[in-house]
Unconditional design. Structure first.
Lengths: 43, 253
């Protein structure tokens, strides 16, 4: 794999990993009800 | 999370535009302009770091556009320069970004009433500064669209400023002396946004516990002190909420 392609793989993978971290609980708790203790802990 | 829907939102045609409020979007942009004083130097540092690692201007801009996280970008460029394996770079940046899990969980109940497309876009602009500003707006909003539009405004202006500052840093290169430690402005501006959100004593206890923990645990690798101190702050806040709870509220969590 060429250096430029490897670099873009890194950029896209790091970007995707960051985005999935940000989206994780937003997507999860769009479907599930958040436990009351967790609501209190995260307010 | 319950909202009293304002008629201005119900009149809009599509499910996506129904939640957009132009005044709140503009308000979000306006409120984020002062914190840009802190964001811009950090972006400059990231641009300098990308240039030093040998990235082209296109790659540096692509990284700023897609990653949109100063700590992850600086680490990634340093590891790229050290020719670390792709897996190591991705995992290291994931660990550094663990705090986003906490932000994501904290803001999730406010985004729940929104369409999926709104949630996906807002997740992309979830940064330290946007979170600190938006969480306060969501608490006072009478409709989810107000908070969401405000959040979108903060995220949009931060993202644009981030790209400009990264590119400026890349082009300016070593003009900015490292001794200036410009990146130190970022936590100062974040504190200015965060402190007004501490509305009661349990929140204050949580912030103090997390602050002490992050200094104490600073020696941990890969900035794990951030996520550890966040969890310590949450536990301290929960304990404080129970201890300081006024008599007569025993039935509430």
């Amino acid at each position: 794999m060429s250096g430029t392609l490897t670099l873009w793989v890194v950029i896209v993978a790091v970007g995707l990993s960051n985005y999935l971290s940000r989206l994780s609980f937003i997507a999860l708790f769009a479907r599930l009800e958040m436990p009351p203790l967790m609501v209190l802990a995260l307010r | 999370m319950r909202y009293h829907h304002a008629s201005v939102f119900q009149a809009s045609p599509s499910p996506v535009s129904r939640y957009f409020s132009r005044p709140d979007f503009v308000s979000g942009i306006r409120d984020m302009i002062p914190p840009l004083i802190g964001i811009f130097p950090f972006g400059l540092v990231c641009g300098v770091s990308a240039q030093a690692a040998g990235l082209s201007s296109f790659e540096a801009l692509g990284m700023a556009m897609l990653v949109f996280s100063g700590a992850a970008q600086i680490l990634a460029t340093q590891l790229i320069a050290a020719q670390a394996p792709v897996v190591v770079i991705v995992l290291t940046c994931f660990v550094v970004g663990l705090r986003f899990l906490m932000y994501s969980a904290a803001i999730a109940p406010h985004l729940r009433p929104l369409p999926a497309r709104w949630r996906h876009v807002l997740a992309f602009v979830l940064t330290d500064q946007a979170f600190a500003a938006a969480i306060r707006r969501f608490r006072t909003a009478s409709h989810p669209g107000e908070g969401a539009s405000y959040f979108l405004g903060t995220g949009a202006v931060l993202w644009c400023a981030w790209l400009v500052s990264n590119l400026a840093g890349y082009l300016a290169g070593n003009v900015i002396p490292a001794a200036w430690s410009l990146e130190f402005v970022v936590p100062l501006c974040f504190l200015a946004l965060l402190v007004p959100a501490l509305e009661d004593r349990p929140m204050l206890v949580a912030a103090l516990a997390a602050g002490i923990a992050v200094v104490t645990l600073d020696a941990l690798p890969m900035r794990l002190s951030l996520i550890c101190s966040g969890l310590i702050g949450i536990v301290a806040g929960l304990v404080a909420a129970r201890v300081l709870r006024p008599a007569g509220h025993a039935g509430e969590p």
